[in-house]
Each structure stands twice: as structure tokens, then as C-alpha cells.
Ligand binder design. Structure first.
Ligand code: DCP
Ligand code: MG
Length: 371
């Protein structure tokens, strides 16, 4: 249900971690447009405007009402000149000409296509584009490109992986991994994280955190899960990255970079018989299985709360948690730890609530973090 702009408007925080954002988006016409603009700036490595449009999209997602005129956004932060001009266009004409121009731009379209392949980032996509490649057949053709193992799997399973994963499929994978984990380590802890933990109906992958109550024992978890899955013949691709985490190096790691925990980027084979209501396949596709992207992270138990908070997302929620910690609390937060720069000490946490409390923030439930 669309609420209307409250007459006496509450001021909306500029930080996503001080807003509650469910999966219900009342301003999709604007946020979809902003995402295209942000992505276009990202492809051109123009960071400022890219972030500005992501922030604007995030703040509009948190509103319980649909913006119907610009005057109603008086108390809404993060909307700059450019952003408002795009909104004005959409309000007046139902679409943005700037966005339409990007959507028909050859470079944007090609980079969008190439980056939709697992293992192909913006740098590689741009390199291929500059080399004159425009389509998958250009990449895969006889004059084609040398692909790494990840990209080869990305093309091999392209149809399945580019198709959204349903909640029922995520649950089925949870059961499969749960079985593997507990066959290996009966007291292991498994948590669903990422978008599905935030209550999303569909995702591009399924994210899990696994650990063991006994410190150090988590080291064998991922290699054993991989072996178990290989044995079950459900592993279509596996990239295992051992832990490079070292508490004594904190907080000197560049905060905000990818975390140092052991992780696996997998493609798993999911059988239709394991999914309640069946697989989420294209109309007319009657195969009994599909490929699904799965990420597993294995932090040591004393880092569990930080890893869970960091992997639950959304990306914008995470960015703003860190920005809030740094700018408002003089603290450094990442997926490993929370460091108080004033007191020069690490703040311990066993739950996400502990971390919010250290930051002096009201607790935000996972399903309210869809910023
Ligand atoms: N994450 C992050 N920064 C990154 C990568 C991940 O903060 N560079 C965190 C936030 C994400 C979570 O990890 O929410 C999982 O990453 P995904 O890319 O799987 O994102 P989601 O699960 O949120 O969405 P999707 O439905 O696309 O999988
Ligand atoms: Mg995910």
C-alpha cells in the first residue's frame, strides 16, 4: 500500500543504518533509473556521482510513500541537483531521457552484457570492449579470448546463473549444506545470510556463514564441505580461498576491502526433487536440475557477529554502517572487528545487537536492511 507524504514530515537520516528499509519499494520508477545512472558512472570510473545516485536510490527505498512531487522531498536527504533533475523528468514525462540514452549506448549495453557473466568484472568487460568485442559469440568465437576457469564456468552455466534463485531454492540449498556441515562437524553453526536473510524473494546467489564453537576448528570446514559435495557430485565449480585473517594485523587492514576469512565461491547442482514447489526454470524448461551460485564464508567464532553483519547487506547498508562509525563515532568497522580510535581498543561482540549498541544505533532487523 502506498502511503502519502506525511504533512508534518519526520526528518530522514542520511545514513541507511538509521533508516528501516523493507523489500517494499514505493519509488521503483526513480530507483531503477538511478541504478542505471550509477552503473554508467561506475563503468566510466566516475566515483562521486555513482555513489550519489546509489545513496539517492537507497534513501527513496526507505520511504513509506511514493514521491509524487519534488516539494514533498523537502526533508529527504541525499537528493542533489542532478538527482532532482532526473526525478523531475520522470515525474513530468514518466521516463528519463538521460537514462534512455544510456540504455541505448553501445558501450553501456556491451559492458552490462559482459559483466553479467560470472567471473567477468568491469575491467575485463572494458578490455574486451576496447578489443572490439560486442557479443558472446565475439568472445567465444574462433578469434576469441582466453578465458580463466571461473569465466569458462560462467559461460557454461550462463543460462542458469543469470536466472534468479528463488526462496524455495535457497531453502533447499540450506538443507543440503546443513546436511554436509553436520556430517562433518555435528556442532557446526550454519546461517543463511545475504539477500535471503533480508527476506528477499529472489537473489542472484545464496550466501552462507559456517563456523564451529571451538576456535580454530573452522579451518577444516570449507575444505571438508567441498570434499563432501564433490563426493555427492553436486559441485559444478569451486574456488576455495583459504583464510588470510590475522587479528594482530587489525586495524591496519584497509577497512572496507573484501574480508580475509576463508571462503568458497561455488556453482552447485540443485535437483528439482529437493525443492518444494519445483525449480525456478524458464517456461518450457523441463530439466530436472539447475545450477546455482553459492558463497560460503567461514570466520572464526569470535568474529561471527561481525561477519554475519557484514555479509547480510545490503551493500548500501554496509557502506553507511562503516561511514557512520567513522564519521559519527570515530570508530572503524569491517567484517572482522570494530575498533574505537578514541579509546584505541577493539570492542567485543557476540551478536549483531552488540555491534549496534557499541555504535549507539537502534537495532535494525535484517529485513529492514534492504537499503
Ligand atoms: N558484500 C559487501 N560488499 C561486497 C560484497 C558483498 O558488503 N563487495 C556483502 C553485502 C551483501 C552480501 O555481502 O549483501 C552478499 O553479497 P551479494 O552480492 O550476494 O548480495 P545480496 O545477497 O545482498 O544480493 P543478491 O540477491 O544479488 O545475491
Ligand atoms: Mg547474495
Amino acid at each position: 500500500p502506498e502511503g502519502s507524504a506525511p504533512t508534518a514530515q519526520a526528518v530522514v537520516s542520511q545514513y541507511a543504518c538509521q533508516r528501516r528499509t523493507t523489500t517494499e519499494n514505493n519509488n521503483k520508477i526513480f530507483t531503477d533509473a538511478f541504478e542505471v545512472l550509477a552503473e554508467s558512472y561506475e563503468f566510466n570510473e566516475i566515483e562521486g556521482p555513482c555513489l550519489a545516485f546509489r545513496r539517492a536510490a537507497s534513501v527513496l527505498k526507505s520511504l513509506s510513500w511514493a514521491v509524487q512531487c519534488l516539494e514533498a522531498t523537502r526533508n529527504v536527504p541525499c537528493l542533489g541537483e542532478h538527482t532532482k533533475a532526473v526525478m523531475e523528468e520522470i515525474l513530468r514525462y514518466g521516463r528519463s531521457f538521460e537514462v534512455e540514452k544510456i540504455l541505448s549506448d553501445e558501450r553501456y549495453r556491451t559492458l552490462k552484457l559482459f559483466t553479467s557473466v560470472f567471473g567477468v568484472g568491469p575491467k575485463t568487460a572494458d578490455k574486451w570492449y576496447r578489443g572490439g568485442l560486442r557479443s558472446f559469440s565475439d568472445v567465444l568465437g574462433d578469434r576469441g579470448i582466453r578465458l580463466n576457469r571461473m569465466q569458462q564456468s560462467g559461460f557454461l552455466h550462463y543460462g542458469d546463473i543469470s536466472r534468479a534463485v528463488s526462496k524455495a531454492e535457497a531453502r533447499a540449498l540450506r538443507n543440503i549444506i546443513d546436511e554436509a556441515v553436520h556430517a562433518i562437524t555435528p556442532d557446526a553453526v550454519l546461517a543463511l545470510t545475504g539477500g535471503f536473510r533480508r527476506g528477499k524473494e529472489f537473489g542472484h546467489d545464496v550466501d552462507f556463514i559456517v563456523t564451529t564453537p571451538e576456535l580454530g576448528k573452522e579451518k577444516n570446514l570449507l575444505p571438508n564441505i567441498v570434499l563432501f559435495s564433490l563426493h555427492q557430485r553436486i559441485l559444478l565449480y569451486c574456488d576455495y580461498q583459504a583464510s588470510t585473517f590475522d587479528m594482530s594485523k587489525l586495524p591496519s587492514y584497509r577497512f572496507e576491502a573484501m574480508d580475509h576469512f576463508a571462503k568458497c565461491f561455488l556453482i552447485m547442482r540443485l535437483e528439482g526433487s529437493q525443492v518444494e514447489g519445483g525449480l525456478h526454470l524458464a517456461e518450457g524448461d523441463s530439466r530436472g536440475w539447475r545450477a546455482v551460485r553459492v558463497d560460503l564464508v567461514a570466520p572464526p567464532m569470535d568474529r561471527y557477529a561481525f561477519a554475519l553483519l557484514g555479509w547480510s547487506g545490503s551493500r548500501q547498508f554496509e557502506r553507511d554502517l562503516r561511514r557512520f562509525a567513522r564519521l559519527e563515532r570515530n570508530m572503524l568497522l569491517d567484517n572482522h572487528a570494530l575498533y574505537d580510535k578514541t579509546k584505541k581498543e577493539f570492542l567485543a561482540a557476540t551478536t549483531e545487537r552488540d555491534i549496534f549498541a557499541h555504535l549507539g544505533l537502534e537495532y535494525i532487523e535484517p529485513w529492514q536492511r534492504n537499503a
